[in-house]
Design a protein around this ligand. Structure first.
Ligand code: H79
Length: 423
């Protein structure tokens, strides 16, 4: 886990945000990294960089003024908020979080407190976030902003940039006062109700100052959820490290974040996209531990979501349309991960996600100490026979489509589900 995640303190979060329920049920979110780095695509001075596109300025140690000049040719003319939102809808996405400002310091919205914005310093001149906020909400998708509250490589007083600003001369308080907090307030007042404010990489504030920051933003949008990376254990739900799933179920509200390829921001030479099969299995794995998966896509500098992200997300949505009952609104199942797959649950129902069909066609549910009344395939509702041996239940499964990324069975039962020893 990142050090920042260790700051998330279970005792401090005994409280529950009054608006947490939608998030608990949502299970599948879309993360979008989009900024000036998207135009650069992981290339600087004809050199390809690997890792994460949004880190290019840092990796190539580009001076802030030279980097800022790139805005003059950033013109995402193909951006279409309705297309992005309907893709999310078709993919079965329930919430979307997009970078309003990443570490590069560039505002992807109409900020009045900085000149380094998509409206003021690019030929595009429009605010794409307004349109996206409207397009997602219109489709019942919760909308939220990512905001890098401490790292800002554009500002002499912002965190992180040591290649052209002297760290010892930085006044972080001033940066928070003059840019970070005012921009957060703009985002929380100008774009309607936000489902989430997704902070990242805390720094430069004491616990008391972080609390003041949170309090000053809460009053603007009491219903909005804050991610744990606001720091100091003050978030409303827990985020794991980038691309991390906990090893065992966790009885808390939490989220795993993953990239579709190997980068958050667009990299033109990164084609390592997870297949629909991989996404569907990752989603089941995360749900079986009780969390949400927020999967990232990185649109390019013209405003196009990469072709494979579009295709693979749509395919994921097809699976969810038929099998969503086993994902949305579930929590971890009471049977831990098995050689054949993982489980999720709702009251009276256990969902068996068969990721690797056992060769003998017999599915073992160890420690299934409930009264099973019926087992059937989720798709097609085909009833299956089963046997009981002590607390073990063995389900006779039919020949399955070997190509299926995840075949789901439903176990209906009476009785209290055995307690799961969560981490
Ligand atoms: O927004 C994404 C990342 O840019 C951000 N969090 C996610 C959601 C993040 N900020 N800091 N970090 C992640 C940790 C820094 C990782 C790094 Fe690297 C390792 C920076 C340099 C080496 C990854 C690999 C980025 C460039 C190369």
């Amino acid at each position: 886990a990142n050090a920042q995640d260790e700051m998330w303190d279970k005792s401090a979060s005994g409280r529950q945000h009054p608006n947490i329920q939608w998030f608990k049920e949502a299970k599948f979110g879309m993360f979008i990294h989009w900024g000036l780095y998207s135009k650069l695509g992981g290339v600087w001075n004809n050199k390809r960089y690997y890792g994460s596109g949004e880190w290019l300025m840092n990796q190539a140690k580009v001076p802030a003024d030279i980097y800022a000049a790139e805005a003059a040719t950033f013109n995402p003319v193909n951006f279409n908020a309705d297309e992005w939102a309907s893709l999310a809808k078709e993919a079965g996405i329930r919430y979307m979080v997009i970078t309003a400002k990443h570490h590069e310091g560039f505002a992807m919205y109409d900020s009045k407190v900085s000149d380094f914005t998509i409206v003021k310093s690019t030929p595009y001149k429009k605010d794409p976030m307004k349109a996206l906020a409207d397009a997602t909400r219109k489709r019942g998708i919760q909308f939220g902003f990512y905001y890098s509250q401490f790292l800002d490589w554009h500002e002499p007083n912002g965190g992180g940039n040591r290649w052209d600003f002297d760290e010892s001369k930085k006044d972080y308080q001033r940066y928070y006062r003059e840019k970070s907090i005012p921009q957060l307030k703009e985002l929380l007042t100008g774009y309607g109700p936000l489902g989430i404010v997704w902070f990242d990489m805390p720094g430069g504030l004491t616990k008391q100052q972080t609390q003041q920051l949170v309090d000053s933003l809460r009053v603007l949008q009491p219903a909005s959820l804050f991610s744990s990376r606001v720091g100091q254990g003050l978030g409303d739900y827990r985020d794991f490290g980038d691309s991390e799933v906990p090893p065992a179920p966790i009885n808390e509200v939490w989220e795993s974040i993953y990239t579709h390829n190997d980068s958050w921001g667009y990299i033109e030479h990164d084609m390592n996209f997870k297949s629909p099969r991989e996404i569907i299995r990752l989603l089941a794995n995360v749900a079986s531990k009780g969390g949400n998966l927020m999967l990232n896509v990185g649109p390019d500098g013209k405003g196009n979501i990469p072709y494979y992200s579009v295709q693979y997300l749509k395919a994921t949505g097809k699976w969810l349309q038929q099998n969503g009952e086993s994902i949305y609104g579930t929590t971890y199942g009471f049977i831990p991960a098995q050689p054949w797959g993982v489980t999720t649950a709702k009251p009276g129902k256990l969902y068996l996600h068969i990721l690797d069909r056992p060769a003998d066609g017999k599915l073992l549910l160890p420690g299934c100490a409930v009264t099973v009344s019926k087992v059937y395939t989720l798709v097609g509702k085909r009833v299956l026979s089963f046997a009981k041996k002590g607390t073990d239940v063995i389900v006779n499964i039919p020949g399955m489509d070997a190509q299926s990324p995840n075949t789901v069975l439903v176990v209906e039962y009476q009785g209290k589900a055995p307690a799961y020893d969560t981490a």
